[in-house]
Design a protein around this ligand. Structure first.
Ligand SMILES: [Zn+2]
Length: 508
């Protein structure tokens, strides 16, 4: 075994795009989370992200880490070309200057698009490959909701996805990537990859990897496969369903040690099983009125109203007031918490001051394609700077910043008005606003999954409600234009369906 010091370059550009949005991810989106250039990347040590996990393994192997850039954004529309070009240079320039390196780790999302490229991550991995050459291993980590492409599979030596949804395993994903890298560097692994996909385009709402969910079964099979000596890593990908591009699909990615036929055989089996379970991915969706009625029949609370169509974590603007409108129409008198992003309304609350009664135009100012603002009268109950620290997940340990925020009370409804989108992990946003979930009968949550963790100990029930927005609980009615047909759930039965196969090229 060599006693030399390995040099490992680490760089990350992490964003998730949606094509059902009018927003564009520019530099400000990344700045709102973080852009750590070169040595500043080490600020992520001690957090829960992939880089933090990879750093611990590199340290334990006494490897020298070459920090490139770490940039993370909340989800949005496509990334602007200028923004992507700038971040790409921030990643590539330090790599060029640091050459030679022994290996590269790239934590990416896998469902980023730009205005002119459907596959910027494939482009980025390819650009890194051009710099480091064929013999230097590149390990890529991806979100479980990645859109895996041929270009990614061809240019990476290994792709490792998150194994959990909710994503509480980002740190260990980073560790796994570094462990595999060192295994390759020691000559103990020769990865060959096959991804097999089937056209299952479903929201994440039944995509949890625990319990009896379809993803839990698939994930379990992946862990079993990894016990085989000839299998290095297995990832299951449930594609982010709001990108409208060809080649989309969900399935299994298998990395075998040297034998591509083994990888293909197992990947095909996973994709076929995915297809067999497709019906289980479609959730029960009910009108808000029915959710309130069923919620009222449950003693005490909170009862969650899952308004996933406006999920910031999936790229929505977070400015929907559809649920508020329905609750006002229904005359809900029980204590209720809702949230909305509306910077203008936050400023109006701030100008008025705590305790003041004012009237506000609320909602649909960022993405007006899903509804119109409404006028509401209420009382400003709380004002704050919107900062909080994440207690786990992708952003665990880092600071979230909702910008100027207010709690505005309309009847029995407390509305958290925020200036900026932040990813929902637990109930950090409500908590930062001084709103305790146990005090509410109804809580509007704007995510398809993490509420399962956030309110696990307190929620009495959760109902997926039928509200409009770009991240709905079913993709059945979305205006896809470029997505290949047939696909599930629009085409529910496709005779003789064959998985699409993506294969790595064999490197010498
Ligand atoms: Zn995800």
């Amino acid at each position: 075994m060599s006693s030399r010091t390995w040099r490992v370059a680490i760089g990350s550009i992490f964003a998730e795009s949606s094509h059902f949005l009018t927003t564009r991810i520019d530099r400000s989106y990344f700045e709102n989370t973080y852009i750590y250039v070169r040595d500043d990347l080490f600020k992520l040590a001690g957090t829960d992200c992939e880089i933090a996990g990879a750093l611990t393994i590199c340290k334990s192997k006494n490897a020298e880490v070459v920090p490139l850039v770490a940039a993370r954004s909340v989800s949005g529309g496509p990334v602007t070309d200028e923004c992507y070009a700038e971040l790409k240079q921030l990643l590539l320039t330090p790599l060029q200057q640091a050459m030679p390196v022994d290996g590269v780790i790239l934590p990416l999302h896998g469902a980023m698009t730009t205005l002119s490229d459907d596959d910027p991550e494939g482009d980025l991995i390819h650009a890194v490959r051009e710099i480091v050459g064929q013999s230097v291993p590149i390990i890529v980590t991806l979100d479980l909701h990645a859109h895996v492409t041929q270009k990614m599979v061809e240019n990476a030596d290994a792709i490792i996805g998150f194994t959990h949804y909710p994503h509480d395993d980002t740190f260990t994903t980073g560790q796994r990537s570094a462990n595999l890298l060192f295994k390759i560097l020691r000559g103990e692994a020769r990865p060959v990859t096959v991804m097999a996909k089937v056209p299952v385009i479903c929201s994440g709402i039944n995509g949890m990897t625990f319990g009896d969910a379809p993803m839990a079964h698939l994930t379990q099979q992946a862990r079993e496969l990894e016990k085989q000596p000839d299998i290095l890593s297995v990832s299951i990908f449930h594609v982010q369903p709001s990108i409208d591009i060809p080649g989309m699909g969900s399935g299994g990615l298998v990395i075998a040690n040297g034998d591509i036929e083994v990888a293909e055989h197992e990947a095909r089996k996973l994709a076929e099983d995915y297809w067999a379970r497709r019906q289980d991915f479609e959730p029960e969706i009910i009108p808000v009125a029915e959710a309130i009625q069923r919620g009222r029949a449950i003693e005490s609370g909170p009862v969650l109203l899952v308004d996933t169509a406006d999920c910031v974590g999936g790229g929505a603007a977070g400015d929907s007031i559809a649920l508020l409108e329905r609750l006002l129409d229904l005359g809900v008198t029980e204590p209720t918490f809702l949230m909305v992003i509306d910077p203008e309304a936050a400023v109006s609350c701030s100008k008025a001051g705590i305790g003041q009664k004012i009237s506000l135009e609320l909602g649909y100012k960022i993405d007006p394609s899903w509804g119109k603002s409404i006028k509401v009268e209420g009382i400003v109950r709380h004002l704050f700077d919107g900062k909080f620290r994440y207690r786990g997940g992708i952003y665990g340990g880092t600071i979230g910043d909702m910008g100027l925020s207010a709690v505005f009370q309309v009847g029995a409804i407390q509305i958290l008005i925020m200036s900026r989108p932040t990813y929902d992990w637990l109930d950090e946003q409500f908590r930062a606003a001084g709103l305790d979930a146990r005090d509410a009968k109804f809580i509007g949550v704007k995510n398809p999954m993490n509420y399962n963790f956030a309110y696990r100990d307190v929620a009495k029930a959760a109902f997926v409600v039928d509200t409009p927005g770009p991240t709905p609980p079913t993709l059945r009615n979305m205006p896809f234009k470029r997505l290949n047909r047939p696909f599930f759930p629009v085409d529910s039965d496709i005779p003789d369906l064959q998985p699409a196969i993506l294969k790595s090229s064999v490197r010498s």
